[in-house]
Design a protein around this ligand. Structure first.
Ligand SMILES: NC(=O)c1ccc[n+]([C@@H]2O[C@H](COP(=O)([O-])OP(=O)(O)OC[C@H]3O[C@@H](n4cnc5c(N)ncnc54)[C@H](OP(=O)(O)O)[C@@H]3O)[C@@H](O)[C@H]2O)c1
Length: 267
């Protein structure tokens, strides 16, 4: 089978994507600035170092690659400002290496919320849309793991923070990976914008409730209402997309799997 490169293959979405691609018979290479710890290495994945922001190492990382899946992330500062440019460097290097097509993950309704982080996602989508290489962007709902980390961190301070207006369509990383590899395997041509969310629309309050039930937490659920336009957009459900249900794993199923994994870290 041909070679698939996961840019950011050591991260949360990237690791799940590398595993999914391996399972479908692809040869898989992962690109990141740092190599994974030995406990995080997936058997069968080739790990290489490159920096998409500076371009260093990209040509070698892309050598022989047929398709790229971009799961890079930048959350703040210079990396956030340079995030769209890093996407372009990756695509330019991919085109120069004879790559067939590229897929990028993005965030559901990122164009509906005027936040710096979301604007960087929109700017990167535009880079993908304008590029000469055939590309697909898959907008995904919130990852179950991210909600889990939010509640876990809050619990340490005795409360579970929620945005009371917010309903979400959270998705499991295995479903994100499936959506990305499906897109990578689809016939290429032009630009395609798609979406993949989890199977349910859930209020943040009900997700916090599920967390409490599954973990036995007694932490209080604390409302942190979002003011202004963003709050109104959330209340109107402008972050939702009814026809984007793709995933099959619910938040409760993710919680159950997580409990089993924690009870048996070798599993
Ligand atoms: N969190 C959510 O709920 C959610 C929902 C929808 C979509 N998404 C999107 O999914 C994507 C992946 O998120 P994630 O949580 O999986 O991110 P993550 O765990 O932080 O992983 C990011 C990966 O990118 C690599 N990376 C970052 N900067 C790089 C650079 N300049 N050059 C090369 N590699 C670089 C990181 O490795 P090094 O640091 O070692 O380089 C890591 O492998 C993001 O674009 C995010 O916006 C997230």
């Amino acid at each position: 089978m041909a070679l698939l490169l996961v840019a950011g293959g050591t991260g949360a979405a990237g690791r799940a994507t590398a595993r999914e691609a391996l399972g479908r018979g692809w040869q898989v290479r992962s690109l990141s600035r740092t190599l994974p710890a030995p406990t995080r290495v997936l058997d069968g994945v080739e790990y290489v170092r490159a920096d998409a922001a500076s371009g260093s190492g990209l040509a070698a990382a892309l050598d022989g690659v047929e398709v790229v899946i971009d799961t890079l992330e930048a959350r703040r500062g210079r990396a956030l400002r340079g995030y769209p440019l890093a996407g372009r460097r990756l695509l330019d290097a991919a085109r120069g290496s004879g790559v067939d097509r590229a897929v990028s993950v993005s965030i559901m309704a990122c164009d509906q919320f005027p936040l710096r982080y979301y604007r960087s996602k929109v700017a990167k989508e535009q880079v993908y849309a304008a590029h000469a290489l055939p590309t697909t962007v898959v907008r995904c709902g919130q990852f179950h793991d991210v909600l889990g980390s939010l509640f876990e961190r809050g619990e340490r301070f005795g409360f579970l923070p929620i945005l009371p207006q917010a309903r979400l369509q959270p998705i499991d990383l295995s479903d994100v990976a499936r959506a990305l590899v499906d897109a990578a395997q689809a016939p290429a041509g032009g630009f395609l914008l798609t979406a993949a969310c989890g199977p349910e629309v859930r209020s943040m309050r009900s997700l916090a409730g599920a967390w409490r039930t599954a973990t036995g937490s007694t932490a209080r659920v604390v409302d942190l209402p979002v003011p202004g336009r963003i709050g109104r957009s959330l209340a109107e459900g402008r972050n939702l997309m009814a026809d984007a249900a793709f995933g099959t794993v619910t938040f409760e199923q993710w919680l159950a799997r997580r409990a089993i994994a924690r009870a048996d870290p070798r599993g």
